[in-house]
Ligand binder design. Structure first.
Ligand code: ADP
Ligand SMILES: Cc1cn([C@H]2C[C@H](O)[C@@H](COP(=O)(O)O)O2)c(=O)[nH]c1=O
Ligand code: ZN
Length: 251
């Protein structure tokens, strides 16, 4: 028999055996050779990218209007399609569009439990919850960092969405720390309302004028007080300028 071609058919990782087919064109026959394979080895080589242990943190951040809530809602809906037990939380202070829903600027929404402080999340988690989503995470107290770590360590997929920068263009609350400890970080951009470039920052406008650096950081609002801007169009009157020190090197 002349073997001219060896064909390895696709196989599933759970299969303990695979077949090697030897094609003999002369006799128009296919000879089958059964080969036992090592299940563990096979699974490792083909599925290294799959997570074996549940529980991690996903951060969705960016400026206002960049699509953070839309993205959080999209991930939550997909989890519901997967028949997963999901709990969504939001800070009580964010009552712009709804008390008991996360609502995006273009109207998509999902039910959420409003809470006053982060530690309460641990009391509200139900036994079989697999996914926890928290919107407007920048408004929560410092304890939110330990809360999400605890949930992820317990095997829960935790999704948080929030502003990485305040209106002054400075790191916002615990979001930078959450970004550092997350397994994945998705940084979104809106469109700059001044020049049309991708926008990484949020401009606060008071009576149409840029808010000054000393204004309070927390001010709940939407398009009446804020618009997305790129770094070049973002204005913060009174912001201390950064002085780059000249470093003298001596040899
Ligand atoms: N300048 C803008 N750039 C991008 N999207 C904008 C802008 N202004 C309004 N939007 C709307 O905002 C939506 C995103 O809203 P949302 O998910 O609530 O954002 P975020 O949570 O980041 O503030 C977009 O899909 C779009 O409909
Ligand atoms: C920049 C900035 C924003 N806020 C407030 C304004 C809104 O209520 C939320 C952000 O909502 P979004 O879902 O990202 O659109 O935060 C604030 O209090 N301080 C700020 O500096
Ligand atoms: Zn711009």
């Amino acid at each position: 028999m002349t073997i001219i071609r060896r064909v390895q058919l696709p196989f599933e990782p759970h299969q303990a055996e695979r077949f090697l087919y030897f094609i003999d064109p002369k006799h128009r026959r296919v000879h089958k050779l059964l080969k036992t394979i090592d299940r563990t080895k096979n699974r490792e080589s083909r599925h290294m990218h799959l997570t074996r242990r549940e529980g991690w943190l996903e951060v969705v951040c960016g400026s206002m209007f960049s699509g953070k809530s839309e993205e959080l809602i999209r991930r939550v809906r997909r989890a519901y399609y997967g028949r997963q037990k999901v709990q969504v939380f939001k800070p009580e202070i964010d009552n712009r569009y709804s008390e008991k829903e996360v609502v995006s600027h273009n109207g998509t929404k999902v039910y959420a439990q409003p809470i006053r402080e982060a530690a309460i999340i641990l009391d509200l988690i139900e036994k079989d919850t697999q996914v926890v989503a928290i919107d407007e995470v920048q408004f929560f107290d410092q304890a939110v960092v330990e809360v999400v770590q605890e949930l992820a360590d317990q095997g829960i997929r935790v999704i948080v969405a929030g502003l990485d920068q305040d209106f002054r263009g400075e790191p916002f609350g615990t979001v930078p720390a959450l970004m550092a400890m997350a397994e994945t970080v998705t940084k979104l951009q809106a469109i700059c309302m001044s020049c049309g470039s991708p926008a990484s920052r949020t401009q606060r406008l008071i009576n149409g004028k840029p808010a000054s650096y000393d204004d309070p950081i927390i001010l709940v609002g939407a398009s009446e007080s804020y618009e997305p801007r790129c770094r070049h169009c973002h204005e913060v009157p009174g912001k201390p300028s950064m002085h780059v020190k000249q470093i003298q090197t001596t040899y």
